[in-house]
Design a protein around this ligand. Structure first.
Ligand code: ZN
Length: 166
């Protein structure tokens, strides 16, 4: 699939940059970028993606949880854009689980994440939100927010990475 080529892979320096804040959410280019990211997430059966993964180093990410083979208990949600997200609070409790990434093909590894987080962000309409997320969705958010700070899940993996067909 051609669209796969749009996703940058580990080793690309853009994935290691600190992405810049977005100040012009109304800009049609930003709105198009959001639509593109949602489409790419769907086509690749992803549960999330961050703008730097397609070479746009800005603080925008998509969260798109749905029940799947790896995470059968994941909640089904409409793909949602988070702009300039910040984690402003988190639980003491952490959870370990296997993660993968569209930018690290065919590898998975065990990553520890906060179980609960409170996130501030702007929606694609520019509305301010402050919400708590838990478990799998909190994991996706922490994974995608790492991308905005040049961090990949492999940086957190203590054990060996596991080869994965999917
Ligand atoms: Zn990723």
């Amino acid at each position: 699939m051609i669209i796969n080529k749009e996703i940058l892979q580990i080793g690309n320096p853009i994935l290691r940059k600190i992405a810049t804040e977005i100040s012009d959410i109304d800009n049609p280019q930003i709105q198009t970028l959001i639509d593109d990211l949602i489409l790419i997430t769907k086509k690749n059966y992803g549960v999330g993606i961050a703008a730097p993964q397609i070479g746009k180093s800005c603080r925008l990410m998509i969260i798109a949880s749905y029940p799947n083979i790896r995470y059968p208990d994941a909640p089904l949600m409409q793909p949602m854009a988070m702009i300039n997200p910040r984690i402003i609070n988190h639980s003491e409790e952490v959870v370990e689980a296997m993660e993968g990434c569209l930018s690290v093909k065919q590898k998975r590894g065990r990553v520890t994440r906060y179980r609960d987080i409170t996130v501030e962000y702007l929606t694609r309409n520019g509305d301010y939100q402050r919400k708590e997320y838990n478990n799998f969705v909190a994991r996706i958010i922490q994974h995608e927010l790492d991308h905005l700070n040049g961090i990949l899940f492999v940086d957190h993996v203590q054990d060996e990475l596991i080869n994965s067909e999917v």
